[in-house]
Write a protein that binds this ligand. Sequence first.
Ligand SMILES: C[S@@+](CC[C@H](N)C(=O)[O-])C[C@H]1O[C@@H](n2cnc3c(N)ncnc32)[C@H](O)[C@@H]1O
Length: 471
Amino acid sequence: MKEESLHKVKEYNGSPIQFKLPFRNSDKIDIRRKNIISSPKFGGSCDIDSKPYLKELGIEIVEKHQPIQFTSNFGERVHRWAPYIQGFSAAFVQSIIERYKGDYKSPIILDPFAGCGTVLVQSKLNGYKSVGTELNPLLQFIADNKVNSWDVDPEYLRNFFSSIPRNVRITAPEFLKSEKQFNKGVLRNLEFLKGGIDSLPSETEKQIKAKNLILLAFSSILIDCSNLKRTPCLGYWKNKKVLDSAPWMLMEEKIRDIYNDLTIIQQRFKKNISVKSNVILANAMGCRHQNNFDLMITSPPYMNGLDYVMNYKIEMGWLGFTKGHKEAKTIKDEMVVCDNVSKGLISNFAKSNSRYTNDWLDDIVNKIQRNIIRRGNYRRVDMPFIVAKYFDDLYKVMKIVVASLNPGGRFLLVIGDSLIADVYIPTDLILARIGQELDLEIESIEKARSRRSGQIRNYRLRETVLTLKKG
Ligand SMILES: C[S@@+](CC[C@H](N)C(=O)[O-])C[C@H]1O[C@@H](n2cnc3c(N)ncnc32)[C@H](O)[C@@H]1O
């Protein structure tokens, strides 16, 4: 028997519509394959689809391969304390700092989407002040401790770590499926390790800082100890073998890395230790800054991209940054939208009358809506509104941060484009246009790398570095 689901959606610029999605679950794979092969985008590329937009903006994209991915940070000083895949590379941030070294005397650098703090760490290594905003409390904690613990005595850290009692046990966070996520012996050791860390004293500033570094190290070994992998989404890894002793072994290794990095920093970067880095736990859409900035370097969440809360739920749970799914959902719904947000959030957005849009965006959103209706099936029928909300969110961030950009200052965004329901979305060019509307000049758009669309693998997308400048 056919399953028929009735979907109600409001038309992007009109009245409510209803349509039927007639399919059996077993049909889904075939329908998906059929959609891919019959797609007008099959074998296409962003280069072709961007042409009309580029013509209107009167600019060209320059090919300039750059190491923007975080994977190259895994061996880098300080960055390696908590190496998260979806950050961008320290080498890239360094190249940007060097590119504009002559233009600004001692720039204060802003990253409104600070993540695990790549921009802030690299700014501080160069002796520049920096500010970051980050909405995920775990990532804010990590970034903050990566930049504000450089004065911790490495010997003290090592001895403090050695003093962890081995006989205090906590219970793994209840809302997580820890028995599935970790082998029995590993889980037992993690519970003792975390119990021991929690019972370390935290009365003096020295103790608090060292304890926070130990917690940061603990957060960064959790996935390695688990039966999961992050690539960059979190998923089970079938044949992964983890020794029961992994938690203590990996912790010792991590503390050794931090010890070595602190030793080098205190020898070679002594004068930078006191350089201010402020990592604020805040929504970039509403955070008004007290400083003015010369440089803003950031990588916003990509449309349709990662869920920055669910992807970190294990670390957030173990470190006590979230007590359950409900709390996690509240944080997620405040973030720049991804396609894993609640339907209620999108339906409220759809009802609101005030949102950022322009003729390109209206056209894109309407085409997505038509294609979803034509297909009669899509993983989220409210996708047109998710796309509209994504740009509304980024407009809010851009508007607020551009207000604190100094004349002559630059705003650099690393961003990827998307293909959704057979509609190409030139995210970089739309953000460039928003920049123009906010009185910024488009200085350059550099293509840093090509990538494949997740939906139609032979459609070529790109990742670019967009540079906007205030006159
Ligand atoms: C692409 S990541 C940035 C990674 C960063 N460049 C790094 O190297 O670690 C985007 C970050 O934006 C954060 N984020 C999403 N929405 C936000 C918002 N409204 N305000 C502040 N941060 C937000 C996410 O939690 C995520 O850490």
